[in-house]
Design a protein around this ligand. Sequence first.
Ligand code: HEC
Length: 205
Amino acid sequence: MKNFALNFKFAASFLMLLLLSGCFQGRKSSKPPIHLNPNMDKQEKYKAQEKSKFFENGSVNRMPIEGTIARGDLHEDTRYYYGREEDGRMIKTIPVAVTMKLLERGQERFNIYCSPCHGKTGEGNGIVVQRGLIQPTSFFDKRLMAEPVGQIFDVMSNGKSNMPSYKSQIPIADRWAIVAYFRALQKSRSATQNDIPAKVLEGLN
Ligand code: HEC
């Protein structure tokens, strides 16, 4: 029994030495590090766009089965998803409820994503323009004042000449919030006395 315990201790320390010798700090080696626990680091798998020997057409990517739509990809409501009527005309009213909360969200998003070029007031004098980008049209331009909301949504979604698309950065719900704030900005320069609630007007007089 005593002998066995001694042997065991000897074997264990020998093993420890062997293991430690592999990870001696500061030692140079051109061999790849020993990977004791590979977890699932190396797996048989295909990556997107890779060649495939398995599928007949040689492509790893599979097409969706004809007539099917992925969950969440059904964009039947053309007003909300594209800012257009079903016949393709730009919509004239915002397709979500315009609340103070929506406007505040729109203001926050506008200041982040749009003000660098358009300026916080929408005049087109943002910091990027001051550094040399072509100046965009002022939001108070006559044509833009009359543009339907669908057009503003479309410019954000798909870009227009020098204006890049913001489809991938700004989710649809936020794009509508920005459209609402865009209209509020325009209103701030074109409101008449009649737009002021009677109570507020009383306080002004
Ligand atoms: C990188 C700079 C840049 C940013 C950021 C930017 N824009 Fe623009 N935008 C432009 C330029 C430049 C034009 C002028 C396009 C042209 O040449 O007609 C423009 C044009 C527009 C127009 C007028 C389109 C028309 O019909 O003439 C609208 C509306 C607009 N932008 C909204 C936005 C909104 C909303 C955002 C934020 C989501 C935004 N832009 C962010 C550069 C920018």
